[in-house]
Write a protein that binds this ligand. Structure first.
Ligand SMILES: [Zn+2]
Length: 433
């Protein structure tokens, strides 16, 4: 059948559907759509997304036919999607399904933000990137995949790390922000920027087998800070690269985020605003917590104390201060030289977790997990150089500070950039993860 005929059929089908009375709630959530349409004082229709909405082309009518025959989406809804602008921050585990499904659904402008390159450990879950994309910038690889899925949409790429200096500029032209990041600093940054710019923020996070999703700051709903005014202390909550994540989990949570973003653009359906969804992939259980707007919230409350973006690395305790306890650091090559030439002068303490240790240890090293370092301080010989190691050199530095605070006065050094640096500079056979 020719495209023209298919399109003509679709048009008649849509006309038929539109003639049928649809018993659904109005966007105002107060009454049915038909009641609202006869009550001009209350509300007449859902608000227009943008003043001059573009129409769908014949090709687009065919492509989106399964949406068009859904009364809840229909022609008007699909036009809203086409004229919608969604910013996906991060093209990793969560951002991959979000960007893929929003592109396929016909969201007209898709912004993507990433500064990373594709590495082999990403491919277990970041399905927007493939084996042929290894070592390519993620933004380039994501762009290629998205435009292959849907050449009708506009992709706006930001190859940068989003921070308080550029967040407002990046976010301001979008209607919805989807948080596909993996760290507290960026999550709080996005939350605050969305509240300040009055944009809904579709939240998602994953760790091991548990995923979470919500919609923050939508139609006056609660924000992330209403739930957690500030992040946990740095180093306390392990990241996915330390604790692992089931590959399919960000796929599930990311699809939920894409679903929420679509409803926000349609201004219909029931979103996760005011609800916090917790998903356990291992037990296959969904739980839902009710969220309330906190009148004391520092950014969206009645008397906000945060009125502009702050330094989020500092806020999340990720910055070092001059008045902090100084920590000596040692490079992987220098440590190798000591091991080779004066092995009796050094003691290497691997503070990683047992599942990480199982992947391999450095020569002459001993495992003492992070949580036991202070308790076992008598085991460190103050006459030797004690070198603490972990995967990236961040947790080991925290362990050293904790040990010094607990009164250990011997010499301690931190292996700079951890076992990953050892693998890169000394021994390529050591597993990186
Ligand atoms: Zn709030």
């Amino acid at each position: 059948m020719a495209t023209r005929e298919v399109s003509a059929m679709l048009y008649s089908l849509i006309k038929l559907i539109r003639r049928k009375p649809i018993n659904r709630k109005c966007w105002c959530k107060e009454q049915s759509a038909s009641d609202c349409q006869t009550n001009a004082v209350r509300c007449t229709d859902r608000p227009t997304l943008h003043e001059h909405m573009q129409d769908l082309t014949l090709e687009e009518l065919t492509r989106y036919s399964r949406h068009l025959i859904l009364p809840e989406v229909g022609l008007e809804g699909q036009r809203r999607l086409k004229n919608g602008r969604v910013l996906v921050v991060g093209t990793g585990g969560l951002g991959s399904p979000v960007a893929l499904y929003l592109a396929a659904a016909g969201v007209g402008t898709l912004g993507i933000v990433d500064f990373d390159i594709v590495d082999e450990t990403n491919l277990q879950r970041q399905i927007i990137h493939g084996t042929n994309d290894l070592l390519r910038p993620k933004i380039a690889s994501a762009r290629d995949r998205i435009s292959d899925i849907n050449p009708h949409i506009k992709i706006v790429s930001f190859e940068t790390k989003i921070d308080s200096g550029n967040a407002i500029k990046i976010i301001k032209d979008f209607d919805v922000v989807v948080d596909g990041t993996d760290n507290f600093a960026t999550r709080y940054l996005l939350n605050d920027a969305c509240v300040l710019l009055d944009k809904p923020n579709v939240y998602g996070s994953v760790f091991r087998f548990e995923g979470q999703a919500s919609v923050f700051h939508s139609n006056g709903g609660p924000c992330l800070r209403c739930l957690y005014p500030s992040p946990p202390p740095a180093g306390l909550v392990p990241t996915c690269s330390e604790g692992g994540v089931l590959g399919v989990l960000p796929g599930i949570i990311g699809c939920i985020q894409a679903n929420e973003a679509i409803k926000l653009l349609l201004n219909d359906g029931e979103t996760l605003s005011g609800r916090f969804l917790v998903f356990d992939a291992w037990k296959m259980k969904f739980r839902e917590l009710k969220l309330f707007k906190d009148p004391q919230c520092p950014i969206c409350g009645e008397h906000p104390t945060i009125t502009e973006l702050i330094d989020y690395e500092e806020f999340c305790g990720l910055k070092r201060h001059d008045n902090d306890i100084p920590v000596e650091s040692i490079t992987a090559t220098d440590l190798k030289a000591i091991i080779d030439n004066e092995p009796e002068t050094v003691q290497i303490i691997d503070i990683r977790e047992p599942h990480e240790i199982a992947m391999g240890m450095l020569p002459r090293s001993r495992a003492i997990p992070f949580g036991q370092v202070v308790r076992r301080k008598e085991e460190f010989d103050p006459k030797l150089l004690n070198v603490f190691i972990c995967k990236l050199g961040v947790r080991s530095e925290l362990a050293i500070r904790a040990l010094k605070q607990a009164g250990f006065e011997g010499r301690i050094a931190n292996l700079k950039d951890g076992t990953n640096a050892w693998a890169a500079d000394v021994d390529h056979s050591v597993v990186t993860y």
